[in-house]
Design a protein around this ligand. Structure first.
Ligand code: AMP
Ligand code: GLY
Length: 425
């Protein structure tokens, strides 16, 4: 079949890699793709938000199956455009992608259907938000309602910080329209785990667990980023936690979306916190995580097209989802200065060392061609993923593999997967 991927980051590179492994893909396209994806697919420089151009390209190439990777196009209804044109598509419609695109929506859904999450209030005006905060328990969490590249969350330790946070989100509109509504949430403590689940709207199948490292600096310091590295599985995601989440979170959420007339087909990403009172939902995303995809997908045994097609067709109950009994670690190589300002356009060397390997991989996040050279083209540049028989081995392999790559202003965290040691202590 002819498959088209919408997106051009590391997540889409991992998806493209799995499509290439599938026995069912005759031709693979990506819009816009990147310099890494270009080795696996024909890339066409169309914006992920340009619905008309994407559809025209899909028709021209007679695409049989479209995979939409990122959050923005899903929220904007890009999956709807293909589905309405009769093209089979992996990814939720906009009316279901809202579970990520509006935190106020997802909080209301969880409250209505008794899905465990932090207590919260929603505000649309500055004065009532500030009045409420004056008597709220500290620390307290402020969240811009809409999509904000994973950065619209402020954890405030003092009342002054909280009041300034309201101004930042609602008055200065630091996250733009995402700040039209404000969610104020109880502060929770515990380990964070991400569980990405395939769903066809009725059946939901959790994948293996993963953990992201969102802060820019070692020791979880610095600003929030899109994600500086991941490991999978999480040693904290025990069988007991899994049972609880299946019963109280995954199943009920998919059933709730269906009951609301918002059938969710695609990947439901459950960001969980393992609190002293049990697992609770931090957030939902309507897609694979980036860089969660870069550790979860390489561990998946199934043909990715079989699973994604079953999500689109509503036949996921026939899939036996299986993961390798191994571990993976992904270390993000970023441009120094990310997530604020950074330079790009630097030549990357060492990429050829990854060719033909099946134990370590380099997934491109922000790269492009400059003539025959591959150059840096974003804050997050490359995700280096390695497999191992244990998390420790995978981590050692991943850090060793990061040494194979060089470019000016290369920056990475050195403690991805450090939690593994704590799990064993
Ligand atoms: P989110 O985008 O909602 O996942 O939030 C980003 C990060 O902020 C999470 O990964 C947590 O580390 C932190 N966070 C979000 N909500 C809470 C909360 N209610 N209590 C404590 N930390 C939180
Ligand atoms: N790595 C977090 C996300 O993709 O939202």
């Amino acid at each position: 079949m002819k498959v088209m991927i919408v997106g051009g980051g590391g997540r889409e590179h991992a998806i493209a890699w799995a499509c290439k492994k599938s026995g069912r893909v005759d031709a693979l396209y990506a819009c816009p793709g990147n310099a890494g994806i270009a080795k696996l697919a024909e890339c066409k420089d169309i914006s992920v938000m340009d619905k008309e151009a994407l559809l025209a390209f899909a028709k021209e190439k007679e695409i049989d199956f479209v995979i939409v990777g990122p959050d923005d196009p899903l929220a904007a209804g890009v999956a709807d455009v293909f589905l309405d044109a009769g093209i089979k598509t992996f990814g939720p419609r906009a009316n279901a992608a809202i579970i990520e695109a509006s935190k106020a929506f997802s909080k209301e859904l969880m409250k209505k259907y008794n899905i465990p999450t932090a207590a919260y209030e929603t505000f649309t005006d500055v004065d009532s938000a500030k009045e409420y905060l004056k008597s709220a328990k500290l620390p307290i969490v402020l969240k811009a309602d809409g999509l904000a590249l994973g950065k619209g969350v402020l954890i405030c330790n003092t009342l002054d910080e909280a009041l300034a946070g309201v101004d930042e989100i609602m008055v200065d509109r630091k996250f733009g329209d995402a700040g039209n509504k404000l969610v104020v949430e109880e502060f929770m403590t515990g380990r964070e785990v991400s569980v990405l689940c395939y769903s066809d709207g009725t059946t939901i199948l959790p994948m293996t667990s993963a953990q992201d490292h969102k802060r820019a600096g070692d020791g979880d310091t610095g600003l929030n980023t899109g994600g500086m590295g991941t490991f999978s599985p999480s040693p904290f995601y025990t069988e007991e936690v899994d049972r609880f989440c299946k019963e109280k979170i995954y199943g009920p959420t998919i059933a709730a979306m269906k009951a609301e007339g918002r059938e969710f087909k695609g990947v439901l990403f459950c960001g969980l916190m393992l609190t002293p009172d049990g697992p609770k939902v931090l957030e939902f995303n309507a897609r694979f995580g980036d860089p969660e995809a870069q550790v979860v997908i390489p561990r998946m045994k199934n043909d990715i097209i079989d699973v994604m097609e079953a999500c689109a067709d509503g036949t996921l109950d026939r899939i036996d989802l299986e993961f390798e009994d191994n571990a993976a670690v992904c270390v993000m190589l970023a441009s120094d200065g990310y997530p604020l300002s950074y330079k790009k356009g630097f030549k990357i060397s060492g990429l050829e060392s990854f060719e033909g390997r099946d134990d370590y991989f380099v997934f491109h996040s922000g790269t492009k061609f400059d003539g025959d050279d591959v150059v840096t083209n974003g804050g997050r540049v490359l995700g280096v993923t390695a497999l191992g028989s244990s998390l420790k081995e995978a981590r050692a392999n991943a850090y060793k593999a990061t040494e194979l790559i060089s470019f000016e202003n290369k920056y990475m965290r050195h403690d991805i997967g450090k939690a593994i040691d704590e799990a064993e202590a």
